[in-house]
Ligand binder design. Structure first.
Ligand SMILES: *[C@@H]1O[C@H](CO)[C@@H](O)[C@H](O)[C@H]1NC(C)=O
Ligand SMILES: *[C@@H]1O[C@H](CO)[C@@H](O)[C@H](O)[C@H]1NC(C)=O
Length: 177
């Protein structure tokens, strides 16, 4: 998979050079979110472990887009400034640079979160390293999805925010499926 850390870094450096040379036009958030494809990939990932599909929810999507807009207005523009909205939903966030392939978007963010799947052991319900983005995707307590996005660095850094309703609740013994 070309989402491995190494390729990402190589392509990132390449794209910074390119985009600084030519500049980038404004992009509508929805074009980075790609709702249909983002939902389709979520549901493919859920089906693979026998979990019912999510539906796209405009209320949830508006919430995610509002949070994204707030972050943009606040000038959030680096990986270490990424934070959660701490709202009523489950939430996954990803960011990545504009680049020639695998450019950050709703679908690419979803595939990136999926790379955590091998970290999750369903038998023990334990996670090595990070698996919370993956377990949110497959959480059977969530039935609806909505995502938003914003760009910064002259449209070169793309943030994707996906929110999940209802937020999965429980303790360490609660399984996503
Ligand atoms: C959409 O989200 C809203 C707010 O979270 C919720 O009240 C509503 O029931 C959801 N609709 C569907 C079809 O999931
Ligand atoms: C969700 O998964 C849990 C754990 O396997 C299970 O007990 C529960 O019945 C599932 N809920 C739904 C709605 O499938």
């Amino acid at each position: 998979m070309s989402l491995s850390g190494y390729n990402f870094v190589v392509l990132t450096i390449f794209s910074i050079f390119l985009t600084q040379a030519y500049g980038l036009p404004d992009v509508e958030p929805i074009d980075d979110v790609q709702p249909e494809e983002t939902l389709r990939i979520h549901n493919e990932i859920r089906a693979a472990v026998g979990v019912a599909p999510l539906v796209w929810n405009e209320t949830v999507a508006d919430y995610a887009q509002n949070f994204a807009d707030e972050q943009a207005e606040a000038g959030v523009c680096s990986y270490d400034q990424m934070r959660h909205s701490d709202g009523p939903y489950g939430e996954n966030i990803a960011a990545g640079w504009v680049q020639p392939t695998d450019q950050m978007s709703g679908p690419i963010a979803t595939k990136y979160w999926l790379t955590e799947k091998p970290n999750y052991d369903h038998e023990t319900n334990q996670c090595k390293d990070t698996c919370g983005h993956y377990t949110q995707i497959v959480a059977n307590q969530s039935t609806a999805l909505g995502c938003g996005s914003f760009r910064c660095h002259d449209n070169e850094l793309i943030y994707i925010v996906c929110d999940y309703y209802p937020m999965p609740l429980g303790d360490a013994n609660t399984r996503p499926y």
